[in-house]
Design a protein around this ligand. Structure first.
Ligand code: 5GP
Length: 135
């Protein structure tokens, strides 16, 4: 459990689809995670395997497997994910130094968890956006 008063302990009224993901379990607090922000729509928590001093994941509470599955009904939700990234970048003091926000999609994009999420990464110089592959 977190002790951050900004995070509601219960999300009563929020409904979840029957499909499940590890991130949905984190949203519902069925498995532990270092949650740093939660509201009716989104949840943000520390990546279990951080690649930089700041590495947060920002997920919709609702399960959407990939960016391909987003619909126009999700327009506001997508904005909410980005505004949460903006807010947390400031809170973690990386808004001025810089950071990267990214979403992986499917196999070539390196997506591992099929519940869309933004990575918010910063706290060090991140170098090239994508390493050059062999082909
Ligand atoms: P993807 O490759 O799908 O864009 O990123 C999935 C991310 O989720 C990875 O960076 C991975 O370290 C993180 N991750 C996977 N399982 C868990 C977990 O159980 N808890 C947390 N906090 N992060 C996880």
């Amino acid at each position: 459990m977190n002790d951050n008063p900004a995070i509601p302990q219960s999300l009563s009224g929020t409904t979840y689809p029957s499909a499940d993901t590890i991130f949905a379990k984190i949203v519902r607090r069925e498995i532990p995670a270092k949650i740093v922000y939660q509201d009716e729509f989104v949840t943000a928590f520390h990546d279990i395997n951080p690649v930089a001093p700041v590495h947060l994941l920002i997920v919709p509470n609702k399960i959407i497997p990939t960016l391909n599955d987003v619909s126009p009904d999700d327009e506001q939700l997508l904005g909410k994910l980005l505004l949460t990234a903006q807010h947390l970048a400031k809170e973690y003091g990386i808004d001025k130094t810089g950071y990267r926000v990214l979403m992986n999609v499917n196999n070539d994009g390196g997506q591992v968890v099929y519940h869309i999420h933004l990575h918010l990464i910063g706290g060090r110089a991140l170098g090239r956006m994508v390493s050059r592959g062999e082909s």
